[in-house]
Design a protein around this ligand. Structure first.
Ligand code: B12
Ligand code: SF4
Length: 471
């Protein structure tokens, strides 16, 4: 039987969790009576190349080398001759050698094109009217290659692409350069994709929808995203959990469940931190109510019988410390494990509540240095003069079950380190608002995942692959 919309999670992506975006979009479409399914081609790919290799490829190579895109890149024709592209082969081969992943060369030569053809056939078996690819991290080249193979077989299938790699100017560039794409979705597509699909299914072009870029409207801006977070449906991960067992090494995978309790950042909407990787567009903080978050967790737990939950939030909302984690911790032997990113200045009591009560566990990390926000210099100094927040104190960290921090200064981009050394003179540049230097003493720790006693330092433990964030 044919399906209206078939979502696709292409390689390269870790197999330890379903896609939060596709789970949500699928639930949204079904809520509106539109048939939707998801094919996790990243699982199929992991099965072909082997679980260990897939997980190392997806999560162990430096992300800026985009090894997953390199693997599928030859399917897309010639590459631009930029300086970065010239440096790339030597940096990538050094990293591949360091990690002992030499098999990747063989896979690139002999497996990729047959995988792409097989993937296209599998997608078309479902005779979809629309295929929606999500692209986060290193899924772009494979998505584009598979989309081209689909179009070559059946040009009537409408190809939509969305996800982190389509946000901002990236989406427009993808649409401009790749004829196999019909529509790109820039930004949070929750309220936009449904109307776009309805128009396409009626045989019309989706028009006037912000964030939906098409050939005849390539500059449709970014979708605003929902404000009423409680109205979003609970994500539908059934396809992932149905397809995971078909992997021959499925018994070695311990999946976790992504859930969403907020979007944006309550801190960043006022003081966007220097180190923040997020652009300003999605900064407005919007949270689900605590009862709604609890019901999402309970429902997903009841459905899949898994207690490992990973929040997709940029930052834990303060009301969820008591309202969600505190409430769950009160339940005897609940067995849940949580990952949340936290603001680094949480006090000791908050850390206790969030991290150390009962059997529950919050793994947390966050990446901003104190005083690095875009606030005035005076405000930065004021914060620096305050006593160190509990989240920075070794004793409190240990009690709350957080692993020793990695000092972010070592990871600071070179231009920031230079500015810090340069001192006030560097502030005269027009970009100085966000690149203000900060004293070394103020540098905030970066929390790495979970309790030391509960997780292996390596990702793989006795042959199991799990979400490092949720042991
Ligand atoms: C949760 C998260 C993680 C988790 C889990 C990631 C995962 N695999 O699910 C962890 C902690 C593992 C992680 C790690 C990293 N992350 Co991260 N992470 C996030 C975060 C905070 C939320 C992502 C999420 O699931 N959101 C919830 C869903 C519902 O939203 P969404 O994915 O944006 O989907 C919406 C739209 O994009 C769109 N959409 C998505 N797909 C599709 C498909 C179609 C067809 C349509 C129409 C629309 C559509 O509609 C959706 C609903 O509105 C984002 C920041 C952010 N707030 O988006 C960064 C983000 C995804 N991470 C990022 C980065 C850089 C990393 C790291 C490389 C950081 C590092 N240096 O270590 C690593 C990579 C590790 C790896 N290789 O696997 C970047 C990715 C940039 C990119 N272009 O891909 C982001 C965007 C942050 C940023 N701006 O810097 N991350
Ligand atoms: S670094 Fe964290 S706290 Fe700072 S603006 Fe970004 S998401 Fe918010």
């Amino acid at each position: 039987m044919s399906v209206d919309v078939l979502f696709c999670s292409a390689p390269v992506m870790s197999v330890v969790r379903p896609s939060a975006a596709l789970g949500l979009l699928q639930a949204l479409l079904r809520q509106n009576g539109i048939g939707a399914e998801t094919l996790y081609l990243n699982l199929l790919f992991a099965d072909r190349i082997g679980l260990d290799l897939n997980e190392r490829l997806a999560e162990k190579l430096p992300s800026h080398l985009l090894a997953g895109d390199w693997l599928f890149g030859d399917c897309l024709g010639s590459r631009p001759g930029r300086p970065q592209a010239r440096r790339h082969p030597s940096e990538l081969s050094a990293a591949i050698e360091r990690k002992g992943l030499d098999q990747l060369y063989e896979i690139r030569r002999n497996l990729i094109s047959s995988f792409v053809a097989d993937a296209a056939d599998r997608l078309l078996e479902r005779t979809p009217k629309i295929i929606g690819f999500t692209s986060m991290f290193e899924q772009t080249a494979a998505s584009l290659a598979i989309a081209a193979a689909v179009k070559a077989r059946d040009p009537s299938v409408v190809i939509c692409v969305g996800g982190a790699n389509c946000h901002g100017p990236m989406g427009a560039v993808l649409l401009k350069n790749f004829a196999q794409i019909d529509h790109v979705f820039n930004g949070e597509a929750d309220t936009v994709f449904g109307p776009a699909v309805e128009a396409i299914l009626r045989g019309e072009a989706p028009r006037g929808l912000s964030g939906c870029l098409s050939r005849d409207q390539p500059a449709a801006g970014a979708a605003a995203g929902p404000t009423a977070m409680d109205a979003l449906p609970i994500p539908d991960y059934a396809d992932y959990f149905a397809q995971l067992p078909s992997m021959s090494e499925a018994a070695r995978v311990r999946p976790s469940i992504p859930f969403e309790s907020s979007r944006g950042c309550w801190w960043g909407q006022k003081h966007h931190c220097t180190f923040c990787g997020l652009n300003g567009e999605g900064m407005a903080f919007r949270a689900k109510s605590a009862p709604r978050v609890l019901s999402e967790i309970e429902t997903l737990h009841a459905e899949f019988g898994i207690g490992r939950f990973a929040a997709t939030d940029n930052i834990l909302g303060m009301s969820h410390i008591d309202g969600v984690l505190g409430r769950l911790a009160e339940r005897p032997a609940h067995g849940f494990r949580f990952f949340y990113e936290i603001k680094a200045n949480m006090d000791e009591a908050q850390l206790e509540k969030a991290g150390a009560r009962g059997d529950g566990l919050v793994a947390a990390r966050h990446r901003e240095p104190v005083g690095s926000g875009a606030a005035s210099h005076a405000q930065g100094r004021e914060r620096a003069a305050q006593p160190a927040p509990a989240a920075q104190l070794p004793r409190a960290r240990r009690r709350a079950g957080l692993v020793d921090p990695v000092r972010i200064s070592r990871r600071a981009p070179r231009r920031l380190r230079r500015r810090r050394q340069d001192g006030p003179a560097a502030r005269t540049s027009s970009a100085a608002g966000r690149l203000r230097p900060y004293p070394a003493r103020q540098v905030q720790p970066q929390f790495r995942a979970c309790r030391r006693d509960r997780i292996p330092q390596r990702h793989s433990d006795a042959g199991l692959w799990r979400d490092l964030r949720c042991p």
